[in-house]
Design a protein around this ligand. Structure first.
Ligand code: ZN
Length: 179
């Protein structure tokens, strides 16, 4: 999926990957909640699990930080509200503030732990936008390094080993209060 900017304003920096429907699903196939099935929302379920099991990096008052099971890059985080709300405009001011505070703190931690050189931040709003789980808002925080786009399309199709995700979670969680 190549960008054709048609003379518009913008830079073809790989942002399209973040918005591609087949890449944004937190869970896929039968585990994914869709209209018409009764699969529970994973973003509601995750906070009830332990941090290790749920891959939770940090818990805030109104929102929490979790590793994406299907990362674009190592350390790809999602900031989710505890409340099952789909749309940014329906969040309270306090929730919006906390989502962005957790986003900023995630950037600091990823810079410290993995020397991230840049980030893609964003939310898909509505299933037509490519949101894998449109019913529950989640902010993507994707760390970027020079040259990562060269191998991301290759490794991006492979699910990361659970052990690697656990190690990454521990590393980020231990560093969370140190930055
Ligand atoms: Zn939910």
């Amino acid at each position: 999926m190549e960008d054709d900017l048609g003379g518009g304003v913008g830079t073809p920096d790989g942002w399209d990957r973040l918005w591609a429907p087949h890449r944004t699903a937190y869970l896929e196939g039968e585990n994914r909640p869709l209209p018409g099935n009764d699969v529970p929302c994973p973003f509601c379920r995750i906070p009830m699990q332990g941090d290790d099991e749920g891959l939770i990096v940090a818990r805030g008052e109104l929102a929490y930080v979790v590793l994406n099971l299907y990362p674009y890059n190592a350390g790809h985080l999602l900031i989710c509200t505890y409340r099952h709300i789909a749309d940014l405009t329906d969040l309270s001011t306090q929730e919006r503030n906390e989502v962005f505070e957790l986003t900023a703190h995630s950037m600091k931690v990823l810079r410290k732990v993995s020397r991230a050189q840049g980030f893609n931040l964003g939310m898909n709003q509505g299933s037509i936008s490519g949101a894998g789980i449109a019913e529950h808002i989640h902010q993507h925080v994707v760390p970027r390094w020079s040259g990562d786009a060269n191998f991301m399309p290759v490794i991006g199709k492979t699910k990361v080993l659970p052990q690697l995700l656990q190690d990454t979670r521990s590393l980020l969680a231990e560093s969370w209060n140190l930055v």
